[in-house]
Structure formats: C-alpha cells, structure tokens
Ligand binder design. Sequence first.
Ligand code: SF4
Length: 249
Amino acid sequence: MESKKRIYIGLLIVSLTAVTILIPLILFLLRQNTQFSKVMLIIIATILGGLFLLLGLGILAIIIMIVRSKTIPSLDNITKLANELLFPLTLVIGKVLGIKSEKIRSSYIAVNNYLVKSKHIILNGERVMILLPHCLQNNECPHKITMDINNCKQCGKCCVSDLVKLSQKYSAIIKVATGGTLARKLIKECRPSGVIAVACERDLSMGIQDSGALPVFGVLNCRPNGPCFNTSVDIDKVEQALIMICKGG
Ligand code: SF4
C-alpha cells in the first residue's frame, strides 16, 4: 500500500482503537448514574458494540479493496459509514500526533480515488461532470464563467481554456462552483453519474464526504500563488481521471 494511503488507513485504525477505549469508559460513567437501569446499559452497550463492529468491518473492507484493487459492492455502504464517522476523528487524532490536516485530507482523497477506481465504472462522457473551483480563473479575466463556462474566450491565460477543450473532447459536463452550496446545486441540476472534482484538500475532502453514493474522483489543484488565487491544475491528471471513468482505463 502506497505511503500516501497509509497515513489515512493508519489513522482510521488508531481512531477505531480510540473508540474501543471510549466504550467501557462511557459505560462506566453511565453506571454511576443511578437513573440508568441494567437493561438500559445492556441496550447502550449493544448499540456501541454493534457500531464498533460495523466500523471495524468498514476499515477492513477498505484495506481489502485497496489490496485487491477491486470493490466489494455489498460492503460499499459500510466503508462509506466508516469514512463518514471516523474521518473527523482521524483529523483530531492526527492533530494530537502532529500530522498536518492537509496531509491527512490528501491521504483520504487518495484512498477515496482508489476506491472509486476499483469500482471499474464506465460512463458515457455526458454522465460525467468536471467540477472546477472559481480560483482557477485568472483574476484579471472579466468573463463570468461561473454563470456559464462557455463565456470563457479561451485566451489561454489560465487553465480554464484547456479544461473546456478537455470536456468537449470527452463530451463531459463542465461547471464552475464558487463553493459547496453551488457545487451541490449544480450536481442536483445536472444529475451526473460520476464527478471529477478539482479543488484544494479541504474542499475536496468535504465534497467527497458530502457526495453520498455518487462517485467523486478528486484532483488536487496547484497553488503557486497561495490558496484561492490564480490556482491551476495538472490537465493530464484530469484527462487520466476522464479516461478512467469514460473508458475504464
Ligand atoms: S482562458 Fe478563459 S477564463 Fe481564463 S483568462 Fe482566458 S478567457 Fe478568462
């Protein structure tokens, strides 16, 4: 397993261990409260134990899927649940261990991309949406590409022109979002079956968490001028993602 993915998988296991330690502690504290009957304690212990088993199975499934490079469709929901519940905890534990949140988010995106890839989905270009952040546009550009990306005059001053050409080559939908709310709205309107999202670690990890069953492949943007200003993206990486989703490559 690549070291990039190892950070997130390692933190998932540490998070599950932390949850395991918390269970007897919670039960002990509840026992101090006389209002809690034995029956209530048994119910709470059963729920917590069941949750622990589910999360453990979810982490195991993620590891097996990565090792086999193949998804296990029946375990998709459990892996999603493990990611959703434990990802925030991995950030907290990572902070305690001195691991930068950017590194953890990047590792989470790598794991997510691997899981999307291992689904071996093949979609028509029309069913794929390329979702871009507004900061890719040159800050001096007067054209409103958030309303309609076809307003881009393809002058070549920023990578938007190349991305528009790429979307035309694969007949993919291409949209620009100024934030999570607009991104959600665009997805709701266009109803794609797969998304290739370009953004920073924070926005991508939040978007992936938000995506439910929709496969979202994340491509990190480059930020030579600092965050959210005249950013760029490796066009080859976006094309590789398109080839993977449209041709199963
Ligand atoms: S390529 Fe398009 S979006 Fe970028 S600066 Fe030129 S016209 Fe504006």
